[in-house]
Design a protein around this ligand. Structure first.
Ligand code: SF4
Length: 215
């Protein structure tokens, strides 16, 4: 009998094959990696040292080691967390639109190849839509869902409450664990973006990792 890990790997691979094919029809490139180490090796090989990179807030980027890789000298970076003032951080967010590479995760990825994201500030989804030359979406297979309805359910009743807890925004879902449709200052759900097609072939590159990353 196959081990749990082997069955999980086979299942992830079968799902990834389907997503890769679906994304191709949407002019998005998708590559599957069995683990984060292989994904990081790929980034080391494809990101030029002279490139400038920026990224959106993401537990996946931290969990996967992408932020450490970028800060470790892979290329030039625009690091808003190193900003000394809110004005400097704001400037970094604007500079990110001119970056060669932008890194983010997705809140959910559908089996038919769409990216679903909900954002508070909107800088992350704005850079996904327009600006940086290349966009790298890093996502663990835990982000994969059946369709847009399942994506919204995942985001509203798991990802957003957990992110609101992480950011201590005081949104009501931090107490209930599920969406209470809040509109107060603590909400992190201001912009909902479904990416169903990339007008520029291959600009969006989705790196799927056969592990649980972020939430
Ligand atoms: S709308 Fe408000 S309550 Fe609902 S998930 Fe977003 S932050 Fe939480």
């Amino acid at each position: 009998m196959a081990t749990n890990q082997k069955v999980r790997s086979e299942y992830y691979l079968a799902c990834a094959d389907k997503i890769i094919a679906a994304m191709k029809t949407r002019q998005m490139e998708c590559i599957y990696f069995e683990n984060r180490k292989d994904m990081l090796e790929y980034l080391k090989a494809v990101i030029p040292a002279k490139a400038t990179a920026a990224w959106g807030g993401s537990m996946t980027l931290k969990d996967s080691g992408v932020i450490d890789l970028l800060r470790g000298g892979l290329c030039k970076i625009i690091d808003r967390d190193a900003a000394k003032t809110p004005e400097e951080a704001h400037k970094c967010m604007h500079q990110a639109f001119n970056a060669d590479c932008y890194f983010l995760s997705a809140n959910a990825i559908t089996m038919d190849g769409k990216l679903v994201n909900i954002d508070g500030n909107g800088n992350r989804v704005a850079a996904l839509i327009y600006g940086p030359k290349d966009v790298y979406v890093i996502a663990g297979m835990n982000k994969v869902v059946k369709d847009e309805d399942a994506a919204m359910d995942r985001i509203k009743n798991m990802a957003a409450p957990m992110n609101a807890m992480r950011l201590t925004t005081g949104a009501p879902c931090t107490k209930t664990g599920n969406c209470m449709h809040c509109k107060g200052s603590g909400t992190i759900c201001c912009h909902t973006v479904v990416t169903r097609y990339s007008r520029h072939p291959g600009r969006i590159k989705v790196l799927l990792v056969g592990e649980e990353l972020g939430y």
